[in-house]
Write a protein that binds this ligand. Structure first.
Ligand code: NAD
Ligand code: ZN
Length: 244
């Protein structure tokens, strides 16, 4: 990491009144949750991307539920790391702030972030695959949980590959990004749309764009600043420099 860049980013954050931060799986790597594309990302030799799909659920709901019940159990044992805590600190300090996460693990909420949008839903939400029933639920679920209203199969309250975002989510994200001074992209490979294009919207509206990731991504060269290293090391140092 270039130290001079770190100091410049610190100064920018300190003077900013409006920040949007986008996070991905890399932010939770320090809590022991594997990223999808990392070396530990496989589950029973299957690629999680092949199970987190709407067609996988219609073809093999039992397999998809087995995968999600396993994830709920593993993630339920994890706690927020210093990257989550630093972003919760930013939430308290910056007048206009929005944290947009692609993560479904609930760790930003657990860390105390309030101005948060979970754009891909949450592992801790279940919803009916047929009617509108939904609930927050952190308990251990049956292998194939059913809807108490209509008796059809419940599904995890997450947005799968091949599915549209929940209506309204994109509008809120676009509004916040369009008026931000600073756009942070943290721990995301920037391969999943539409989040991967948010930096462009920020740039078009005059924001300074900053990437914090352990390795370069397709967006690195297009960002104003790129800090390469672990989010759990870099973010606490950046937030420490911010004054109320
Ligand atoms: P990704 O796995 O594609 O990319 C993660 C990025 O983080 C990689 O570029 C990696 O180099 C980087 N990284 C790894 N450890 C890091 C660290 N300690 N600090 C900083 N960067 C680090 O994840 P994505 O871009 O979020 O896209 C994957 C999709 O899968 C998302 O849509 C998300 O919903 C889902 N997902 C969620 C979780 C979760 O909730 N924790 C976990 C896996 C996947
Ligand atoms: Zn139902």
């Amino acid at each position: 990491m270039v130290r001079a860049h770190m100091e410049m980013v610190k100064a920018l954050l300190d003077g900013s009144r409006s920040i949007v931060a986008l996070t991905g799986a890399g932010v939770s790597a320090g809590s022991g949750i594997p990223t999808f594309r990392g070396p530990d990302g496989l589950w029973k030799k299957q690629r999680p991307e092949d199970l987190a799909r709407v067609d996988a659920f219609s073809q093999h709901p039992e397999l998809v539920w087995e995968f999600y019940n396993w994830r709920r159990e593993k993630v339920g044992q994890c706690t927020p790391n210093p990257a989550h805590m630093a972003l919760a600190g930013m939430d308290k300090q910056v007048p206009n702030f929005l944290l947009i996460t692609q993560n479904v693990d609930g760790l930003h909420t657990q860390a105390g972030s309030h101005r948060l949008m979970e754009m891909h839903g949450s592992l801790w939400r279940v919803q009916c695959s047929v009617c509108t029933y939904a609930r927050e639920d952190r308990s251990s679920l049956p292998d194939m949980p059913v809807c108490p209203v209509c008796g059809h199969l419940l599904r995890p309250g997450v947005v799968w590959f091949g599915e549209p975002l929940v209506p309204g989510v994109l509008k809120v994200a676009i509004e916040a990004i369009s008026s931000a001074d600073i756009f942070l992209s943290i721990g995301t490979s920037n391969l999943v749309q539409p989040a991967a294009s948010f930096y462009q919207l920020a740039k078009d509206h005059g924001a300074v764009t900053i990437e914090i990731n352990s390795e370069p991504t397709p967006n690195t060269g297009l960002m104003d600043f790129a800090l390469h290293g672990k989010a759990e090391d870099i973010l606490p140092e950046l937030v420490l420099g911010m004054s109320d």
